[in-house]
Design a protein around this ligand. Structure first.
Ligand SMILES: C[S@@+](CC[C@H](N)C(=O)[O-])C[C@H]1O[C@@H](n2cnc3c(N)ncnc32)[C@H](O)[C@@H]1O
Length: 210
């Protein structure tokens, strides 16, 4: 990680730690009401994991569902820069993507990111693919629907990483539904990783790869 990127990640992590203290003070309902104010980012362990994996498969087209304020975007954009690829990142909140744009510029990664504003379901439907790497991290009740939309556009050997499979606990029902659904898809190998908030990591194994 170069110094500009490390500084940007540190800025996010400082903000995240402050917000975490605030979240601990309130109830889950209060937190849910205010969730758009918070980063609710994947965190450093998952960020690093995504970055390593995307680079390992030399992902040329990375799709991120849920830009939010751009923390995971930085990790994925750095991978896209390393592979000579691009990151397409989707969110429906303009003010969050504006913040993310500023941070990505500070990190020197703007050239590697294509920000798309709008409902992710419509955006996925409008994209041709193929996708080599997908991060699924939008609101949890949309994971299954989004998977069905991008699954036909995966490239052979593509990875799908879905966050929040273990935490927060009140998302568990949606997480279980997603894990069952992804494992029911043809040509998918999948495993639950206890990294960060829990990541379901899946690989699309087309016959053309081993
Ligand atoms: C958990 S946050 C993403 C966090 C981000 N990946 C990170 O690690 O920094 C989820 C984001 O999904 C976005 N979102 C929820 N539903 C969406 C939809 N239908 N279309 C696009 N974005 C959506 C929310 O606006 C929110 O910013």
């Amino acid at each position: 990680m170069d110094a500009a990127i490390a500084a940007v990640l540190a800025e996010y992590e400082k903000r995240g730690a402050e917000e975490h203290k605030l979240q601990l003070k309130g109830t889950m309902d209060e937190w849910l009401e205010r969730r758009d104010e918070f980063l609710i980012a994947v965190g450093p362990a998952t960020g690093q994991l995504l970055n390593i994996l995307a680079k390992s498969v030399k992902a040329r087209t990375i799709l991120e569902l849920g830009t939010s304020y751009g923390y995971s975007t930085v990790w994925l954009a750095e991978a896209a820069r390393a592979t000579g690829g691009k990151l397409i990142t989707l969110d429906k909140a303009a003010y969050k993507q504006e913040y993310a744009r500023t941070m990505l510029a500070k990190a020197g990664l703007t050239a590697h990111v294509d920000f798309r504003l709008g409902d992710a379901r419509e955006t996925i439907a409008s994209l041709a693919g193929p996708f080599d790497f997908v991060l699924v991290d939008l609101w949890k009740d949309l994971y299954v629907e989004c998977l069905d939309l991008f699954y036909p556009k995966l490239s052979p050997g593509a990875f799908i990483a879905a966050d929040n499979m273990l935490l927060p606990e009140n998302y568990r029902e949606h997480a279980l539904k997603y894990r069952k659904h992804v494992r029911s898809k043809p040509k998918i190998d999948s495993v639950l990783l206890p990294v960060g908030s829990g990541v379901e990591l899946s690989r699309y194994n087309d016959s053309s790869i081993s």
